[in-house]
Structure formats: structure tokens, C-alpha cells
Ligand binder design. Structure first.
Ligand code: DON
Length: 311
């Protein structure tokens, strides 16, 4: 058992070590608004099984959660249509970039997994069916507010608009899937909801709170409310471990040893089952599009505390 003191010390020392490093990766700028973020930022928040929250650095600064939102849309879509979701999206690692187009043709419009962009767009489309875009987006946002115990969680409209103006590749993926009937709704509606949920802004603290249910058998610890059944939490964690870092998933499992999901805003949500929910944020990315220092910080944390799921 890691004591709150040990956790506080580990988190403070890791933030200090990250502050001193000059290798920070490269901030994403293919969504122009994301390129405005300070590359020197670093935050970390860990919520343990007793609800103790250890934070350091810029842990309370909201950042664009981007693809980390895909964990939560996957959870909602499974809640809405159950295992039928797996008819339109696979659950195998892609071995290719998060925005890759090539696999989709070979696999007849069925994306490899729910975390690459194509897969996440198909998942968003499943949430949208039967609703107006505004309702679907409201549901996703309220889910994030509920899970993080914080009604202040909101969407950064400037980031959403920036991606809406420049997201030509995602538009290509969505149109291609539409041609196979994998996307059911008007492409513009599905993309609009997708861009907006990627543009949710949250701090490390808020996101670590939101990830608690995955660390605790599907339970929302503050209310005891089951968000999902234990089996579903286990399976979402499995997909995070195998697919959560795209073509960097193997390296992340090897070095960190936890289910994790990255976003191009530089955040990573990692789950230590039974122990803690962790979020790190450093905006500079490596060449697989994952936070460079975020991964290094998580590697230090799991090594020091013995938290790898592999023993
Ligand atoms: O669709 C996109 O390209 C972004 N909204 C999300 C991509 C992302 O975060 C990939 N993660 N590392």
C-alpha cells in the first residue's frame, strides 16, 4: 500500500524532475488553436483508492483532452447499444497512426479500434443516433462533469472551431465510413459532436477524478453509483492498454505497464486497477503523437510505486 505521504512525495519529485528537463517533444499544431499552448507546462494528479488526491505542477490548469475523450465516449456508446457496438468498430491495435486512412479500405469501413480517429468517429455516431447533435454533446459533457464531480468542466469552443475549420482528414474518414453505412448520421453532425467532445478542457485533477471508475471496478467512488459493470471496466482498460497510444501502445505497455489513453493536447489518463487513477499533462509530443514527458513521468511513477499491472 502506498501511503498518502509517499504519494505526495513521489508526485512532487517527478514534477520537479520534469521541470528540469529540456527534451519536451513538439506541441501539436495541425489543430492551429492547440499550437498556442505553453510547451513548458507540466501537471500531474493521482487519486488513490481512498480518495486522496496528490497533485504537482500545473495540475489545475485546463488543457484540451482531445483523444482522451474517446475513453468516455466508448463507455457511453457501450452503455447505449451494448456489444452491438463491436459490429461497427474492432478492438485490435492498429499499428498505425491515429489519423491513418489506409486500413479503412482493406477493412471495408470498419475501423480497427475505438481510439484511432476513424473508430472514435464511429463511436460518436452511435451516441448521436436518435438524438440531435446538441443533445448528444450535452450528454457527453454532463457525463464528464458527473464523473469528475465538477460541474465546471466545459468545452473550449475556440479549439472546437479550429478543428472544425481544419479537420479535412477526419472529414475524409467519416465520409469514407458513411459510404459503407458505418456512419449513420449526416457526416457534418457526427463530426461536429466529435470535434466538440475532443475540445473538452479539463485539468489533470478533473481528469484523474473522471477516470476513477476504471480503477475501481466500474464504481463512481463519490456516490457508490455503478457507472459500468466490473467486466466492462476491465474490458475498457484492456482496450486502453492495447490501443490507447496508437502505434506507441507497445512501448507504453513496456515502459509504464498501465492501461492509458493519450491525447494530442499532451494529456495521458492512466489507470492502476485497484490503486489509482492518474493524469499527466505536458503538451510536447513524441513522433507517435503521445506526450513525451507525460510518458516518462508515468514510467517514473509506476517504477517507483510498483504499480505496473505486470507485477
Ligand atoms: O481528431 C483529431 O485529430 C483530434 N481531435 C484528436 C486526436 C488525438 O488526440 C490523438 N492522440 N494522441
Amino acid at each position: 500500500m502506498t501511503t498518502p505521504d509517499e504519494l505526495d512525495r513521489a508526485v512532487a519529485e517527478i514534477a520537479e524532475a520534469m521541470r528540469r528537463r529540456s527534451d519536451r517533444g513538439v506541441v501539436a499544431n495541425y489543430i492551429p488553436e492547440l499550437g498556442r499552448v505553453d510547451p513548458g507546462a507540466f501537471g500531474i494528479a493521482v487519486v488513490d483508492a481512498n480518495g486522496h488526491v496528490a497533485t504537482a505542477g500545473d495540475a489545475d490548469t485546463p488543457f484540451s483532452i482531445q483523444s482522451i475523450s474517446k475513453v468516455f465516449t466508448l463507455t457511453l456508446a457501450l452503455g447505449k447499444i451494448g456489444d452491438r457496438l463491436w459490429n461497427r468498430v474492432g478492438r485490435e491495435p492498429s499499428g498505425s497512426a491515429f489519423n491513418s486512412i489506409v486500413q479503412l479500405e482493406h477493412e471495408r469501413g470498419i475501423p480497427r479500434n475505438p481510439f484511432i480517429n476513424a473508430g472514435a468517429i464511429a463511436v460518436t455516431d452511435a451516441i448521436l443516433s436518435g438524438h440531435q447533435p446538441r443533445e448528444a454533446l450535452g450528454e457527453i459533457l454532463r457525463f464528464m462533469q458527473f464523473l469528475s464531480d465538477d460541474p465546471a468542466v466545459s468545452i473550449d469552443e475556440a479549439v472546437a472551431a479550429s478543428e472544425q475549420r481544419t479537420g479535412f482528414r477526419n472529414a475524409a474518414l467519416a465520409n469514407y465510413m458513411k459510404s459503407f453505412g458505418v456512419v449513420e448520421n449526416p457526416v457534418d453532425f457526427t463530426l461536429g459532436v466529435y470535434f466538440h467532445h475532443c475540445a473538452i478542457a479539463m485539468s489533470c485533477r478533473q481528469l484523474a477524478m473522471a477516470g476513477r471508475f476504471l480503477a475501481h471496478g466500474g464504481l463512481h467512488p463519490s456516490t457508490g453509483f455503478p457507472v459500468v459493470q466490473p467486466e466492462r471496466a476491465r474490458r475498457i482498460n484492456a482496450v486502453m492498454l492495447t490501443c490507447g497510444h496508437y502505434d506507441g501502445s507497445g512501448e507504453f505497455a513496456y515502459r509504464v505497464g498501465l492501461p492509458g489513453k493519450s491525447g494530442v493536447g499532451g494529456g495521458i489518463l492512466a489507470v492502476a486497477p485497484g490503486r489509482a487513477s492518474v493524469t499527466v499533462w505536458s503538451p510536447g509530443l513524441d513522433d507517435t503523437g503521445n506526450s513525451h514527458l507525460g510518458r516518462i513521468a508515468l514510467e517514473m511513477l509506476t517504477k517507483r510505486l510498483g504499480w505496473s499491472v505486470f507485477g
